[in-house]
Structure formats: structure tokens, C-alpha cells
Design a protein. Structure first.
Lengths: 318, 452
């Protein structure tokens, strides 16, 4: 619609001017029709969102106020009782804590290791291109494939990890069957999976930092550590922020790995919120409970994203 | 503005092109579908199943054979994913064209299918032609029976079985466990193996899997839920803290404490370790048999599921799935589904089924079929699970659990088992699961209008 803005330039003279004026009048007329255009262009997405997002959301809210029968139909109105049950449930609180541990550890470790790899790959060394490729390799590995081979590595008797552990003289670890280790194992696998993409983002960001800044810093005698904290970090902070947001959100959505590696066990130690919703709805057939959990999850993610934007956005230099 | 207009025009062009393609596509699709129906000139019987791997392969063979064997019906197999998915799909498609004529649904969905009212009892067809159903193993029928009416036909049937590594036992000079062993028989073998191998070999593994817990109760004739495990009414309470529940879990916990036990976290891991001669005993579905026999050959040992000391074995119930005929299809289609069912459970096909998949032949005459006779002669232990199946007489406690939503109970029990393996108090862990599930039952019964 830039064309319809009144021009601040000098008015051209002659027949061209007339043309311009008529075009302006036309565009003014069309402005009234803009809202039709708006609906026309927004219509399809609004329709799709209504059918696939807004309706299910409202339906979820509705279901969370009922008890549901075998067919998933709401039959008995219970008001906010489902919410009260959930907040009192020790296993739900445990799931909340587990999700917190998981999400925070995953994003912190992903950032640390992603940055580390990117910093390594940023050196100008012979054959570094090979490593740059290798470091992004996890992007091409699907969740199911990585779950399967990590499962074999975590096997308590014949897995390679325990071979390493026993070689150092420690007792073999029951990776996926003791609550603490299971969480560690799942976090490690998730970080490993996220690493490729994170590496790529950080690597791109590092390459984009202007060399002149480092040159200037070196001339004035700044140490490389000083350069890292005062040049590199501020320059890549938008990427850092982006990575933090996406790993946090994808952490909340983590499903495949949990399903394939632990199934939420042992003793619900890795029963994260999303997995719980799935289990309650599609395995236990308790749609009311699952809907209540889904509403909670939505609220939690909304709050965290809001806080993240408020807090982190201030520290980002664009 | 001109640009916008062009864009607008473009947009409509694209949109109408897409619409035309879609309409033509749907038309062709619909036409081809009706063509399949018409060209065959047969009644179409859609069959939903959840078999993968060797099971799927064999099932498709059976279907092709059935379709060739007669000209009235055409069975069309449609793979539908996991057992849990199918329940949801049946609940949501019943009464529409999308629903199947016959479908496979797991043992613990029996109550839900019964209460849905979406199916015709198999008994109707059995009575009509006086089909001799006594040839079908009694505990297998038990899981799909209500008020002496057979609701569904058991098809892919398995039972929990105790496997031991006979090669390892020989190596360390240990007497194998007897047929129909007690907990202490198993303890002896497990301990000896662990001790004599200088702790290099673990004695036993029991996956934290509720099905195994349920079978401990079955084998000691102990109720899981009131109203005879739901067979004679709507269960209102469950019982996870009875004598056998405590005894069996204490037994496993004692093994954990002694050190001869190891929890491998998953069935797959457990099996892999067992096959690599690092584990003496484990208990799992009889369907593991084909893989284990291939891996260990004559070194594989098999015996019945254990019972508490001093208690007579009551027999265990079956797992797997049954075939259900939907009532939203015409009489002719239902008849076709029944004919197909009979075809699948005849002695010969059940024998071939057992041989190919490791699921147990539910037809008692299958054991006389040459294909099974030969394989039993070659490896006699292959016969053990089938003997176990036939030896039990059905009663309420070994006929599965007739309660809606057993899946939820299973995850609670699984959680309790994991706590017990981690050293928590047996009674407290089981009691917590029991209390939680009683609440689930209460609200479930209320939601379904089953509370007076």
C-alpha cells in the first residue's frame, strides 16, 4: 500500500501529473475495499486456525470441566474439580518438577556444547570442514533412530557405556531403570539430538562477527578471554536468545525420545507433561484429565515464554 | 495497486485450479473404490488388524488363501497401528462407512468393547450352526466371555512363560527348574547361577510390567478387581495388596536385595541380554519363543509361570487379541466376517500361525497337525507354552480382567513395581497404586452412568 501514501516529493508536471492524480483517486477508492482484501487474504488461515486450533482449544477447555465416559463424551459436569485433583496429585507435581529439570538442563547444556563446538569449528585449521560437517550430522538423524541406538548404548549389560564405566573400575550403571540416571540419559540424548542445529546457528553467528572488531581489540591489547566476553558474546546474543527460546519450547514438546526410551518411567521420573497428556488421553482414555493437563501446560508455556521475552530481550544487543 | 490486483487474480486462479484438481481427484478416488467393490462381485469384508512383522506376513497369506478358497467374500486387510489406536478408531468411526466389518482388539479392551454395544457376539454365529467351540482353549475363550456368551474370538494368543538358559545351567552344574515351578524353585536356580558364576551372570529378570503382576495373581487364584475381576458385574474396587500380590513382589524385591536380579528396563533389552548368555531366567510372552529358539537352539529352557509356595497353580490368563464383528454392517457382511474367523481358527491355520509367529495355537487339534508335530519333535521345549495353555481350566481369576480402562491400572502397577525394585516398601507402593486406581474406577463408573 506504499503506492497510495501521499508523496512528499515534488509534483511532476504535464500529462504525467494527471495520470498520477487519477491513480491516486483510484487507490483512495480501493482503500475502502481494503478490508475485503484483508478478509480475503486472512480468511483461509483464519478458517484453518478455527478448525484446527481455536475449536480444539475451546473443546479442551470444555472437556476439562467434565468427567468423560468410555467414548470420550463429557457426561458429568464437575466444574473445576479436575483442576483441584491435578494440583493435589503428587505424581503431577513430580511431573512438573521433572519437566522443569529436563527443560532447563536441556537448554543450558545445548547452548554450552553448541557454542563450544561452534567455537572449535571456527578455528582456521586444516581439515576443519570435515568436523564442521560432522558436528551438524545429528540434524539428519530421526528421533526414532537415535532413540534405538542410544537404547543399545544404555543397555546395562551389553551397552558400550557400561563397558566404559566398568573399564574405569566403577560399578555398572542401570541407566534407564534408576530414576536419576534415566533423567540424565534422556537429557544427554536430547542435547545430543539438538546439538547439530544449535551448532549450525552458533557457527553462522560466529562467522558473522566482523573481523575488524577483533583486530581493533588485539591492537589495544585485549586478551582473548576479554574479546570473547566483550565482543563475541554480545555479537551473538540474538542467536543465543533464539536458541534459548527454541530449545526451551522444544524441550516442553519432547515426546518421541521419552516414548521410545523410557515410556515415562521409571517411577514416573521422566513422565514429562506432554507425555502425560498423551498417556492420559490415548492410553488411559481419560480425556477429561488429559484436557485439564493440556490447559495447564498451555498456561505454563505461555508464562515462561512471556518471562523469557521480558527478561532476556533486555540483554540482547541487536 | 496494480500489483495487488494481479496478486488477487493469481490467487483466484490458483485457488480454482486447486479446487478443480481436488474435485477430480475425489471423483476418481470414489469411482475406483466403487469399481473395486463392483468388479469383484463379492461382499467386501474390511478387516482391521494390528499385526506387524511375521504376524502381518502370515495374516496376509491367510487372507489371500481365504479369498481364493471361495467366491462369496473378499476380505480386505487394513493395518491400523497399535492396540491402543484401534480402540480410539473403533469408538470414533462406528456407524460410518469407515468402520470395519471385523477387527482385532486386545485382551484388556474386552470390557470396553462389550459396553460399547458396537459388536455382535460370536456366540450368535456359534449357536446358529452348532459350531464346536470346545476345541478352543478354555482360558482363551475366558477372556472374551460374558454370561457364558462368547463375545469375540481369541486369535493371536500368548501367555507369560518362564525362559531359562539351559546351556548356562549345564555349564554351572545346576538342576533346571521343574515344570510348574514355585517361587523358591526359581530362587534356587537364580541364586546358584549368580553365585557359581562369580556374579558374572545375573540370575533373573522380571520386567516391571503389569501383565506379569496380573499373572502372579491369576496363578494363585487371587482377584485383581472385585465382582470376580468384573466378570459378574461392574467392579468398584481393586485389590493390589492381597496375599499373593505382597508375596510375589516381596519375592522379587528379595532377589533385588540379594543381587541375582537385574532390571533391564525394557523387554527388548532383557531379551538381548538373555540371548548373549548374561542372564539365566526371565519371564515374558510366549511369543518370544521363535526368536529365542533361533538364538539358543537346544540351550533354551522353558517352563510354566511360577506359583507361590504351597499354592496349587490356578493357571494364567491369555494375552494378545481377539476378533470382533461389528454390528453396523449388513447380515451378509457379518456372515462373511464369521466365515473368515472360522478359517483363521481352524486347526491347520492355527498350527501354521504358531509355527510362524510364536503365538499359541488356540485350537486343541492343532497339536496333531504335522507342521507343529515336527517342530515339537525337533525342539521339545516349544511345546511347553502350549501345554501350559491347555492345562488350565477357565475360572474368573484366570480369564483376564473385565474392567474398562485396565490400561490406566497397568501404568500405576508398573510404577509401583519400579518403586519396589528400587527398594521402597512393598505394601506401601502397592497400596498407593490401589488407592489411585480406586479413584479412577469411581469417576469412570460415574461418568459412564454405572453408579447407582
Amino acid at each position: 500500500m506504499i503506492e497510495s501514501l501521499p508523496s512528499t516529493k515534488q509534483q511532476p508536471k504535464g500529462p504525467e501529473a494527471n495520470q498520477e492524480i487519477t491513480a491516486k483517486v483510484k487507490s483512495f477508492e480501493l482503500k475502502k475495499n481494503d478490508k475485503y482484501y484483508a478478509w480475503l487474504f486472512l480468511g483461509p488461515s483464519i478458517l484453518l486456525l478455527t478448525v484446527f486450533v481455536f475449536f480444539p482449544m475451546l473443546r479442551t477447555l470444555y472437556l476439562s470441566l467434565f468427567l468423560t465416559d468410555t467414548f470420550g463424551n463429557p457426561t458429568v459436569f464437575v466444574g473445576l474439580k479436575n483442576y483441584a485433583i491435578l494440583l493435589k496429585s503428587t505424581s503431577y507435581i513430580a511431573s512438573l518438577k521433572a519437566t522443569g529439570t529436563y527443560v532447563i538442563s536441556v537448554s543450558i547444556f545445548t547452548i554450552i556444547f553448541g557454542l563450544l563446538l561452534a567455537a572449535l569449528a571456527n578455528q582456521k585449521l586444516r581439515g576443519i570442514g570435515f568436523f564442521r560437517n560432522i558436528f551438524t550430522a545429528t540434524m539428519g538423524v530421526s528421533v526414532s533412530v537415535s532413540a534405538v541406538f542410544w537404547l543399545f548404548m544404555f543397555n546395562p549389560s551389553i551397552g558400550i557405556l557400561n563397558k566404559v564405566v566398568t573399564a574405569f573400575g566403577f560399578h555398572p550403571i542401570a541407566w534407564l531403570t534408576t530414576p536419576g540416571w534415566a533423567m540424565t540419559a534422556v537429557i544427554a540424548t536430547t542435547v545430543w539430538m539438538h546439538l547439530g542445529f544449535t551448532f549450525l546457528l552458533f557457527f553462522g553467528a560466529l562467522q558473522a562477527v566482523p573481523k575488524s572488531l577483533y583486530d581493533a581489540a588485539s591492537v589495544s591489547g585485549a586478551s582473548s578471554r576479554y574479546q570473547f566476553w566483550h565482543i563475541t558474546l554480545p555479537m551473538i546474543s540474538p542467536t543465543m536468545f533464539f536458541v534459548a527460546v527454541i530449545t526451551l519450547i522444544s524441550g516442553f514438546k519432547s515426546f518421541g525420545l521419552i516414548d521410545l526410551m523410557t515410556g515415562g518411567g521409571p517411577t514416573n521420573a521422566t513422565n514429562l507433561l506432554v507425555y502425560r497428556v498423551y498417556k492420559d488421553a490415548f492410553m488411559n482414555g481419560n480425556y477429561a484429565q488429559a484436557s485439564t493437563e493440556a490447559i495447564f501446560l498451555t498456561i505454563i508455556i505461555a508464562i515462561i515464554t512471556f518471562v523469557q521475552f521480558k527478561l532476556l530481550a533486555k540483554r540482547v544487543n541487536y | 495497486m496494480k500489483k495487488l490486483n494481479q496478486l488477487f487474480k493469481r490467487y483466484w486462479q490458483l485457488f480454482s485450479a486447486a479446487a478443480v484438481v481436488l474435485i477430480i481427484g475425489l471423483g476418481v478416488f470414489g469411482y475406483s473404490r466403487s469399481q473395486v467393490h463392483a468388479a469383484a462381485g463379492r461382499t467386501r469384508v474390511v478387516f482391521w488388524h494390528e499385526m506387524k512383522g511375521p504376524g502381518q506376513k502370515k495374516l496376509v497369506t491367510f487372507i489371500n488363501e481365504f479369498n481364493k478358497s471361495q467366491s462369496k467374500y473378499e476380505v480386505v486387510p487394513q493395518f491400523q497401528g497399535g492396540y491402543n489406536d484401534v480402540i480410539q478408531k473403533i469408538m470414533n468411526t462406528h456407524g460410518t462407512d469407515a468402520s470395519p466389518a471385523i477387527f482385532q482388539s486386545m485382551d484388556i479392551s474386552t470390557s470396553q468393547m462389550y459396553h460399547s454395544g458396537f459388536t455382535v457376539p460370536m456366540q450368535k454365529f456359534i449357536d446358529k450352526e452348532n459350531y464346536d467351540v470346545s476345541k478352543i482353549a478354555s482360558v482363551a475363550r475366558g477372556v472374551a466371555t460374558r454370561n457364558n456368551t462368547l463375545l469375540a474370538m481369541p486369535f493371536n494368543t500368548s501367555q507369560t512363560t518362564l525362559y531359562y538358559n539351559a546351556g548356562l545351567l549345564k555349564k554351572y552344574n545346576i538342576t533346571p527348574p521343574p515344570v510348574n515351578p514355585t517361587y523358591s524353585d526359581i530362587t534356587r536356580v537364580s541364586k546358584q547361577l549368580y553365585d557359581r558364576s562369580n556374579h558374572k551372570v545375573k540370575g533373573i529378570s522380571v520386567e516391571s510390567y503389569s501383565w506379569l503382576f496380573e499373572q502372579f495373581l491369576s496363578n494363585a487364584n487371587e482377584e485383581f478387581a472385585n465382582k470376580n475381576d468384573g466378570h459378574t458385574g461392574i467392579s468398584t474396587k481393586v485389590n493390589f495388596t492381597g496375599p499373593t500380590a505382597i508375596k510375589s513382589m516381596t519375592w522379587v524385591q528379595d532377589r533385588v536385595k540379594y543381587g541375582d536380579f537385574m532390571n533391564f528396563g525394557s523387554h527388548k533389552n532383557e531379551m538381548a541380554v538373555f540371548l548373549s548368555n548374561k542372564l539365566g531366567i526371565y519371564m515374558q510372552t510366549s511369543a518370544d519363543m521363535s526368536v529365542l529358539a533361533k538364538g539358543l537352539g537346544k540351550n533354551l529352557g522353558v517352563t510354566y509361570y511360577p506359583r507361590p509356595d504351597g499354592v496349587k497353580a490356578n493357571g494364567i490368563s491369555v494375552g494378545g487379541a481377539s476378533l470382533w464383528i461389528s454390528n453396523d454392517k449388513s447380515e451378509a457382511v457379518q456372515k462373511g466376517a464369521w466365515e473368515f474367523t472360522k478359517f483363521l481358527i481352524n486347526p491347520k491355520n492355527q498350527a501354521r500361525w504358531e509355527k510362524a509367529t510364536g503365538y499359541l495355537a488356540i485350537n486343541k487339534d492343532s497339536a496333531n497337525e504335522p507342521i507343529l508335530k515336527q517342530s515339537y519333535e525337533k525342539l521339545p521345549m516349544l511345546k511347553v507354552p502350549s501345554d501350559q495353555l491347555k492345562s488350565a481350566k477357565a475360572n474368573y481369576t484366570n480369564s483376564g480382567i473385565f474392567v474398562d480402562g485396565v490400561v490406566a491400572a497397568r501404568s500405576l502397577i508398573q510404577n509401583a513395581m519400579q518403586q519396589i525394585y528400587a527398594g521402597k516398601d512393598v505394601y506401601k507402593s502397592l497400596k498407593a497404586a490401589e488407592d489411585s486406581y480406586n479413584k479412577v474406577l469411581e469417576s469412570n463408573n460415574l461418568a459412564n452412568g454405572w453408579t447407582k
